[in-house]
Design a protein around this ligand. Structure first.
Ligand SMILES: [Zn+2]
Length: 177
């Protein structure tokens, strides 16, 4: 988008760099979650916090309809120095999946509040582990059906959450009509 100021672009670049610098292999996500929550708080999200599973959660706007944008904040282990070489940013998780997470954290803010919608951005823990603890916690809170699998198997019906995209390892997006 050409209408972003240099300051805004710097803030968004800084978000990803900061996330990469907060080394966060599975089960050690706390510093990264706290970083992301505090970034969202100061950047203008209405609410931002670390939830009981350790996920970073940011909320924009309010309303009867909800969009959840969920990506994972943990990485596989093994540090990679955070640096820019020939215009490319390197660091553990830069592609999988802090890059996408930072992108939609910024994009939701840039798009702004939408009448009638609550937009929830989640940096989930334990997606590079087999547990998917963060995503499961988020889904249970959204609709207490007992498990993500049960939720996925539900028939689509008006008023029920509807998952439009779910890849356990990568990211999930839920849409509640
Ligand atoms: Zn991943």
């Amino acid at each position: 988008m050409s209408d972003l100021s240099d300051k805004t672009i710097q803030a968004y670049d800084g978000l990803l760099t900061g996330l990469l610098q907060a080394y966060s292999p599975s089960h050690q996500e706390r510093p990264a979650s706290e970083y992301l929550a505090s970034w969202m708080q100061s950047a203008g999200y209405d609410r931002a916090f670390v939830d009981d599973a350790g996920n970073a959660v940011g909320i924009l706007g309010d309303g009867p309809r909800e969009i959840v944008l969920l990506g994972h904040i943990d990485t596989v282990s093994g540090k990679i120095d955070v640096q820019i070489i020939d215009g490319k940013l390197y660091g553990r998780g830069s592609v999988d999946a802090k890059g996408p997470l930072a992108t939609f954290t910024a994009a939701a803010l840039q798009a702004g509040r939408q009448p009638g919608w609550r937009i929830v951005v989640i940096g989930a823990v334990e997606e590079e582990a087999a547990t998917s603890k963060g995503a499961r916690f988020a889904y249970w809170r959204a609709e207490p059906v007992g498990s993500v699998d049960a939720w996925l198997q539900r028939p689509l019906a008006a008023g029920l959450p509807r998952i439009t995209h779910f890849e356990p390892h990568r990211r999930a997006c839920a849409y509640r009509p």
